[in-house]
Design a protein around this ligand. Structure first.
Ligand SMILES: O=C(CO)[C@@H](O)[C@H](O)COP(=O)(O)O
Length: 219
């Protein structure tokens, strides 16, 4: 099995104490911090943008995994890269010229990821899989934290894993939405190597311990 990475989603953090929450993640075993950007158009919710990313960047050296749930993300790639993104993931459904968008992300010095919604087949990644660094399988319909995990995502992870193996390249396989101890094991078994967890981490009594528990599933 590849090494497992936990990427807590700060969408579920206490925004009034973002510095404290970031410090808590710094002291945890989470290697990445997941940043959910929503525009109220691609998804029916608005979260935050550059100032929040910059504020988090100021207090961490962790890998910042930026998930853009926005229409035409190519308009803002440079600002996200300049604000501290290490990975920029865009939605296949939101990009009319996906290949160009991937190239732009890479030219900015970031890793490039593609996310697909629960209703989007994995097979649509076939023509871009060789160009990307990460596949993000959404296990909820994007827009909100705290939703119920859609179990079909496990089959999609398995399918994406096979597609990745055929490339012979090392590509992160991430799952996002409703991830918790009761489904993480099946996701890991199916081939996921990055787990995003928002409410499960931040609503727990001991978020650092919860992150460690998720990581131990891969032992
Ligand atoms: O992108 C999204 C939601 O659209 C996610 O990153 C959620 O923020 C994950 O939250 P939980 O489902 O883990 O609470």
């Amino acid at each position: 099995m590849d090494k497992l990475i936990i990427a807590p989603s700060v969408l579920a953090a206490d925004f009034a104490n973002l510095q404290k929450e970031t410090m808590m993640l710094n002291a945890s075993k989470a290697e990445w911090i997941h940043i959910d950007v929503m525009d109220g158009v691609f998804v029916p919710n608005i979260s935050f943008g550059f100032p929040v990313l910059q504020a988090i960047k100021k207090h961490t050296s962790k890998f910042l995994d930026v998930h853009l749930m926005i229409e035409k993300p190519e308009r803002f790639l440079k600002q996200f890269a300049d604000s501290g993104a290490n990975m920029i993931t865009v939605h296949l459904e939101a990009c009319p010229h996906i290949h160009r968008t991937i190239q732009e992300i890479k030219d900015l010095g970031c890793l490039a990821g593609i996310a697909i919604n629960p209703g989007t087949p994995v097979s649509l990644l076939k023509d871009v899989i060789n160009d990307i660094d990460l596949v993000l399988i959404m296990s909820v319909n994007p827009g909100f934290g705290g939703q119920k995990f859609i179990s079909h995502a496990v089959n999609k992870v398995r399918e994406a894993k096979s597609m990745i193996q055929l490339t012979g390249r090392s590509i992160y396989l991430e799952v996002d939405g409703g991830v918790a101890l009761n489904n993480a094991e099946s996701l890991i078994e199916a081939g996921a190597n990055v787990l995003v967890a928002g409410s499960f981490v931040f609503s727990s009594a001991n978020p650092q311990e919860t992150i460690s528990q998720l990581l131990h599933l891969a032992d």
